[in-house]
Design a protein around this ligand. Structure first.
Ligand code: NAP
Length: 464
């Protein structure tokens, strides 16, 4: 049998082993030319798969994390390989991938924090939420990070689900967090935390918040803490009569009404930690002597454009509130990948519906993208399933029409990287890491105790 005869009908590399990457792999398997003839390698720069499901989803959200079982099923399918510890650019180049595979799907997500662009953002004590999230989730990039939890007050900018996650983790009873897979170092720091009063700030009104109702609803019952909304904020936010709020907004407003009642009932804070949600507050500046001490805000009101779009308008009314820790949860942005065209305006890869295009909008055959690096950081995990399927539909169409460059058999990435001395983490290696973490977790009544350094992860992958 010649090499050409055993070559699969379609070889695809997926770069990024998060939700979009796994869903793209699954779509190639189901929609590809003939399942038996399809080979998909899912590469990740970390030794661990699942992307944000491992290192983004909050540790007190185990139900959301259970989607990893679906990814495990995909990884166990014939023709699919997980290959961790492979970074595009440093371990393998884009050109090499294009030689080795018929198609490459980039699914690297949006890992960087957006900035506020206000004075004082460089002060110590001001961080992007992704750093904090990466730290409490044991992402190797954030191991050893320190957050100043010695002050009573913390401020979170943004009223989306990430703001809810970081705010909730700051106020939740650490004994409750101790039963999760939160990183040990974060748990220890949170046990010592003196943060008692966390304010989540929206620059527009409650009807414009991007929380999802289920996540917001969790604030009704926080272990060891109480969440409150100033009732005045709800009164200040009438929607235009002509505008029927979508169901998500209506459900959010119901939760916020409950929290406003909690505010009335709570009055002044009791022994519990306080999570405040405040609206109509735009960030103006951060003040402090070397490190942040105060946040300056300007009151806004919301005006509706002729087309019904709600805009924040500054009122000139300013105030300052104390904060020793400031987290920006104002959205994520994608980062460029070496050699792949990037759209700096939208912080996504340059693409047309998932086909990578060059600076002149010409399609680059054989290159695709899926998930947040394609459309930006929106939607929940499941949104990536449709997104990835849409991209793969184009890939399969290109295969059918002959638009995919058919390359000869240039060998296997595993051989190439072995020659380079790279410690590849395959599915078996990841299973060893997983078993080590779960075993450590079982000893202390937790789902897992995460290994948080690259060295520890690589060592666990080697240990039979
Ligand atoms: P997001 O939902 O886009 O929210 C960003 C927030 O930042 C908005 O409230 C936005 O306000 C605000 N903002 C932006 N620029 C600002 C500025 N300069 N000053 C003040 N506020 C500013 O982003 P995210 O919270 O990072 O979430 C990203 C995605 O992940 C979302 O789709 C989210 O649902 C998802 N996610 C889901 C979960 C879950 O399901 N449990 C958990 C975490 C994240 P404006 O609206 O006024 O711009």
């Amino acid at each position: 049998m010649t090499v050409e005869q055993v070559r699969p009908a379609l070889r695809v590399a997926v770069v990024g082993a998060g939700p979009a990457g796994f869903y793209a792999a699954a779509a190639v398997l189901t929609d590809g030319p003939d399942a038996a003839g399809v080979a998909v390698d899912i590469l990740d720069r970390l030794p661990t798969p699942w992307g944000l499901v491992r290192s983004g989803v909050a540790p007190d959200h185990p139900k959301i994390k259970s989607i990893s079982r679906v990814f495990e099923g995909i990884a166990a399918t014939d023709g699919v390989r997980f290959l961790g510890n492979v970074e595009l650019g440093s371990t393998v180049t884009r050109e090499e991938l294009l030689e080795l595979y018929d198609a490459v799907v980039y699914a690297t997500g949006s890992a960087a924090d957006r900035h506020l662009g206000i004075p004082g953002e460089e002060l110590a004590g001001v961080h992007g939420a992704s750093e904090f999230v990466g730290w409490y989730n044991g992402h190797p990039d954030y191991v050893g990070r320190e957050f100043d939890l010695s002050g009573e007050h913390a401020v979170v900018f943004g009223v989306g689900n990430v703001a809810l996650d970081v705010g909730r983790i700051l106020v939740t009873d650490p004994d409750v967090l101790a039963r999760t897979d939160i990183a040990d170092a974060a748990l220890a720091a949170l046990r010592e935390s003196r943060v008692r009063d966390v304010t989540i700030l929206g620059r527009r009104g409650p009807a414009q918040a991007s929380f999802t109702p289920v996540e917001l609803g969790e604030l009704r019952q926080l272990p060891g803490a109480v969440a409150v909304v100033d009732p005045a904020d709800l009164k200040a936010a009438p929607l235009p009569h002509a505008l029927v709020p979508p169901p998500q907004v209506r459900r959010n407003l119901t939760v916020l009404q409950d929290l406003a009642e909690a505010w009335v009932a709570t009055g002044e804070p009791d022994h519990r930690r306080l999570l405040r949600l405040q609206f109509f507050q735009a960030p103006v500046a951060l003040h402090g002597d070397g490190r942040v001490e105060e946040v300056e805000l300007e009151r806004t009101s919301v005006l509706y454009d002729a087309d019904g779009a709600p805009r924040a308008v500054a009122t000139g009314e300013r105030r300052r509130i104390p904060a020793r820790l400031v987290l920006r949860a104002v959205g994520y942005q994608g980062s460029p990948l070496p050699g792949v065209p990037f759209d700096p305006q939208r912080s996504v890869l340059r693409n047309e519906a998932g086909r990578i295009v060059d600076d002149d909008d010409r399609v680059l055959p054989g290159e695709y993208c899926a998930g947040w690096i394609k459309r930006g950081p929106t939607g929940v995990i499941g949104s990536n399933k449709h997104d990835a399927a849409d991209t793969v539909e184009l890939l399969v169409e290109d295969l059918r029409t002959g638009a995919l460059p058919r390359r000869g058999d240039r060998g296997d990435i595993v051989d190439l990287l072995s020659q380079r001395g790279v410690q590849l983490i395959d599915e078996a290696g990841w299973q060893r890491i997983d078993a080590a973490e779960r075993t450590a977790g079982a000893e202390s009544g937790r789902p897992r105790v995460k290994l948080t350094t690259l060295d520890a992860l690589l060592a666990a992958a080697r240990t039979p």
